[in-house]
Design a binder for this molecule. Structure first.
Ligand SMILES: [Zn+2]
Length: 385
């Protein structure tokens, strides 16, 4: 498989920002990581989180959000506001009726509502307003760097042009660091239930218009749409110098995670929670420091796990996996990054040490440049003092 080199920001599975300088100078080798490394409590006893103490259940530690669909940030209030602005009649009488639809039985039941609500996104201003609303909320959640996926095909199929959706989102991202203190990257995600030819065609259009995308992702209905279906797409993205990520192992089997690594050459796995079903795969992921962008509240809401108490995150941390916490589609799944951390702390007793470790993992696993990572790790190290 192809992985990005340490100089481009390989994460450290240890995940604790003892000294920000080490992130700047260390070349992380996979053999430094011990599969089945010390438990988080033991590691905490080493003192490496000393001085970093979130003070309440709602952590605002500086984090990078690596798994976020901008269309999934469309809050019910904004859906109604945009519908009114665009003269669109919604199939819901009021906010309460819309909110009542947020009881999902599985991934597909969510996707049906998610795509239906996109109808209100018509103009560049609509996309810009949605993006600005996310960044304003994310800033209060401690997000300091965000790698934001958008689904161009979902808009093209509604007759909304690539220029409209890309420019609307990108216009706000361009000033997000000054306006919200959040550095950003845009990732074009492709719908895996559509054909590879469709994805290739859209990717070529994005490249032709010089869209400000840093990478590509793969999302939507997972089961029955294995990563191998998109081998040519990912090869083309690599050729174009784009970063590559894919959803795998959310509802789909462990074989999809392995395919994403071996066939697509991805640099991060979105979700990946089902890796815990395969000890050999866990060992490999630990050895390769492969980032897994876990979304706990999403997993519960979509019934990938029954309750937060049964979520595999603690076991993933104990196994030494390079996991981070992300909000996925926060308007639909019960909260933003800070909500995820707060509920992990209150419902499964996530420790201060683990919160810091997850935050550090997120920063190190991002595609931000080394200077930005160093800056954020230093901010994390200082956040409890
Ligand atoms: Zn997702």
């Amino acid at each position: 498989m192809e992985t990005y080199d340490g100089g481009a920001g390989a994460p450290q599975a240890e995940g604790v920002p003892g000294d920000a300088a080490e992130a700047r100078t260390d070349e992380v080798r996979a053999d430094e990581v011990r599969p089945g490394q010390a438990s988080t409590e033991e590691a905490g006893a080493e003192g490496s989180t000393e001085g970093v103490r979130p003070t309440d259940a709602r952590t605002t530690l500086p984090v990078a959000e690596l798994h976020l669909h901008i269309e999934g940030t469309l809050e019910p209030e904004l859906i109604f506001a945009l519908a009114e602005r665009n003269g669109i009649t919604l199939p819901y009488a009021d906010l309460d009726e819309l909110r009542a639809r947020y009881e999902f039985t599985d991934l597909q039941s969510f996707l049906d509502l998610y795509y239906a609500n996109m109808a209100v996104l018509q103009t560049e201003q609509d996309f810009a307003d949605m993006t600005r609303a996310y960044l304003a909320r994310a800033a209060t959640a401690g997000v300091r760097h965000a790698e934001i996926m958008m689904d161009p095909q979902a808009h093209l199929s509604r007759g909304v042009s690539l220029a409209t959706c890309v420019n609307g989102v990108a216009s706000v991202l361009a000033t997000s660091q000054q306006e919200f203190g959040i550095s950003t990257l845009l990732i074009a995600a492709f719908l895996r239930d559509l054909s590879e030819d469709s994805a290739l065609e859209v990717l070529e259009q994005l490249l032709a218009m010089d869209a400000p995308i840093a990478g590509i992702g793969l999302d939507s209905a997972e089961v029955g749409n294995p990563p191998s279906k998109f081998q040519r797409l990912f090869a083309r993205a690599k050729e174009a110098g784009l970063r590559r990520i894919a959803h795998a192992g959310e509802e789909g089997p462990t074989a999809y995670i392995i395919e994403a690594l071996d066939v697509l050459g991805v640099e991060r796995i979105d979700h990946g929670i089902r890796c815990m079903e395969d000890t050999d795969l866990v060992e490999r992921l630990v050895h390769e420091l492969m980032p897994l962008t876990v979304c706990p509240l999403s997993n519960v809401r979509l019934r990938a796990v029954d309750t937060l108490a049964e979520h595999p995150l603690p076991a993933m941390l104990a196994a030494g996996l390079n996991v981070s916490v992300n909000s996925d589609d926060p308007a639909y799944f019960g909260g933003y990054v800070d909500d995820n951390f707060a509920r992990l702390r209150s419902e499964i007793g996530l420790s201060d040490f683990d919160c810091v470790r997850l935050a550090a993992n997120s920063i190190r696993s991002s595609f931000a440049d080394e200077d930005r990572k160093t800056e954020l790790l230093a901010e994390l190290a200082a956040s409890g003092r």
